[in-house]
Design a protein around this ligand. Sequence first.
Ligand SMILES: Cc1cc2nc3c(=O)[nH]c(=O)nc-3n(C[C@H](O)[C@H](O)[C@H](O)COP(=O)(O)OP(=O)(O)OC[C@H]3O[C@@H](n4cnc5c(N)ncnc54)[C@H](O)[C@@H]3O)c2cc1C
Length: 456
Amino acid sequence: MHGIENLNVLAHRLSPGSLLTDPDLLESYRQDWSFDPDSGTPAAVVRAADRAEVEEVLRFANEYGIPVVPRGSGTSVVGGSTAIDGAITLSLERMTAINVDPASRTAVVEPGALTVDVKLAAAAAGLFYPPDPSSYEICSIGGNVATNAGGPCCAKYGVTSDYVLGMTVVLADGSAVELGGARVKDSPGLALAKLFVGSEGTLGVITSITLRLVPHPSPAHTLVAYFPHMREAAAASHDIAVALRPSQLEIMDNAAVNVAEDFLRMDLDRTAGALLIACSDAGAAAESEVARMEKICEKLNSTAVFKTDDRFEGELFDRPRHAIYEALEKAGVVISDDVAVPNRHLSALTEGLAAIAERNRTTIVSCTHAADELTHPVLSYPHGNESAAVAAAVARREVHELVAALGGTISTEYGIGRQKRAALAASVAPELLSLHRRIKQAIDPSNILNPDVLIP
Ligand SMILES: Cc1cc2nc3c(=O)[nH]c(=O)nc-3n(C[C@H](O)[C@H](O)[C@H](O)COP(=O)(O)OP(=O)(O)OC[C@H]3O[C@@H](n4cnc5c(N)ncnc54)[C@H](O)[C@@H]3O)c2cc1C
């Protein structure tokens, strides 16, 4: 790639050890959790020590027209942090400072801090940082902001974007801007910090984030209910979400229940059309909230309901949902997707998934964050089986077509990355695509930042 022979210029501008060119080390930055076999090999990896080094990298890249792939922990499942041949991968993993200010209920964090450490630091100050992607123990907070990550507790607490008060971003030309800050109400001009949330490293490199923290919730009470059909489970989740504010509201389909039972052997009802798992962390009101959930489930023909106020038993109730990925990963390659359809179409979605799985002789199970109407269809096939891999790819395309036909969306929390660019182009209005391109062109005119990601 043109200009890359000048890497020694960049090396001189950085502290010793920040720039890596050893092929063995570069290898470990090629892929992310999408495990794309066509990932490139970076010419160099910079493990930035601070914002000044991020600025140097972008100034250099801008000068020589070299693409830069920002990278947190590399857990993207859509190829958002996959390396590009001859480019620079800019890792934020060494920038991990976390400063909690209990007085303003905010935290200023560097992007490389793991989400679990942000949660623990908040908890140590008696506060709560809610967003809980399942990957929270291995992903970075910068990656969460760059993808607008979410998880089960977003049912009540919202997604990452709802906690971002401000940030510092280094733009493609190496200049830094501060957006927002430790103020809950703050709107001088456009809400630009929000523009960078979910921008997947295509508009700037986030070097510091100011997060809003909330009071720590009470321990959760948990309910599980079996339903003969997804239709009733979807209706129950709708009625619960309309009447109450569950801290978690999940539904597993029949295929997911069976995968969990194969793995755990905990006597789950294999014949159930759906298993609903709901929690309330409403303190003194939790017991009555769960009692109301029970009534709603019974009214909608649940075949069995169990509830508990014991934390450990509650975790056991939730165990089948967590076991899905463990079980499928043991058996083969797993592709988790993140789609959404309106609640009234949830039943049609699960029926459609079963038909697609049968037609393509592949496995698809689904788990739904029901309060957010967000479904994870999880495809899997045996390792090293070429024809099964092709069938799974066809099945995934058919899933996206089904979602579009049901008036849904093909991306809700993982981002678009490289893998869903074509699907994005096919699923949004041309004017919206054009607006994306114009914003990119205005902020990164040389198309240096993550050029193959998000924007088709
Ligand atoms: C087992 C597993 C479970 C998962 N569960 C969930 C889930 O429940 N919910 C969910 O939302 N996601 C989930 N994910 C996906 C992934 O963990 C999230 O997208 C996460 O936010 C990525 O964080 P990261 O630090 O690994 O980012 P990376 O993979 O390194 O990067 C992701 C994207 O963000 C950009 N980026 C990273 N850091 C910065 C920065 N400082 N500035 C600008 N751009 C940056 C990258 O260029 C890339 O486009 C899961 C992944 C795995 C492997």
